[in-house]
Design a protein around this ligand. Structure first.
Ligand code: HEC
Length: 189
């Protein structure tokens, strides 16, 4: 498309068209093309693993899961979906940073690898972040309006974090009672 524009432009009446504007346009198009080309060559990302479920090991219903998939998955899982513009500098730098920092704080693809304690902490953090409207990041929702959370979504996620915390606590209590019955000494953790 761009190439077509470049070819067509000189066909306008040259006396009316400002040559300077034309030169600037061509320069800008060339710059954008080069930037895109460089970005495409430089960035190599792990292929998406879209089939894997989020929150393995958690008891979570499909409505809550759908909210996480819609609003959190891109930065907080291994199933990031990278649109074409995420490969273009400088957007690519921002995306790289957000995804790396997001996964470090909370990776929903590795939920089952977290200790019970870490899961419980994450659950309260998730509750805080969505209640305060801090997550998903505002800039992200500008580009992905469908990721915006409605009050009903916040409510859904909040209630789930509470019930999952209770469930995990019960699981730990039940687990240690069972270990007591089996005569396994308690671990001080
Ligand atoms: C555009 C990327 C992006 C999206 C989308 C996103 N996050 Fe985050 N999230 C981040 C980044 C980056 C951080 C690290 C923040 C920091 O460095 O201060 C973070 C941090 C967090 C933390 C840890 C906060 C802390 O202080 O430890 C939680 C919990 C969290 N996000 C939950 C969510 C939830 C829940 C959603 C979806 C409703 C979500 N995030 C959507 C990028 C994102």
């Amino acid at each position: 498309m761009y190439r077509l524009t470049v070819v067509m432009l000189p066909m306008y009446d040259p006396r009316d068209a400002s040559r300077r504007v034309l030169a600037v346009k061509i320069l800008l198009i060339a710059l954008v093309t080069v930037t895109v080309a460089i970005s495409l060559v430089r960035i190599r990302r792990r292929p998406e693993r879209v089939s894997k479920e989020l929150l393995p090991g958690a008891r979570v219903d499909s409505r809550v899961l759908a909210v996480f998939e819609r609003a959190c998955r891109d930065c907080h899982s291994d199933q990031t979906h990278y649109p074409w513009y995420s490969y273009v500098a400088p957007i690519s730098w921002l995306v790289e940073h957000d995804v790396a920092a997001g996964r470090e704080h909370l990776n929903l693809s590795r939920w089952n690898e977290y200790s019970i304690l870490r899961r419980q902490r994450c659950l309260s953090e998730i509750a805080n972040q969505v209640e305060d409207g801090e997550m998903p990041l505002p800039l992200y929702t500008v580009i992905h309006p469908s990721a915006r959370l409605l009050p009903a979504d916040v409510d859904l996620v909040f209630k789930w974090t509470q019930s999952e915390r209770v469930r995990l606590t019960r699981e730990t209590v039940a687990g240690s009672a069972q270990r007591d019955r089996d005569g396994i000494p308690r671990r001080a953790d």
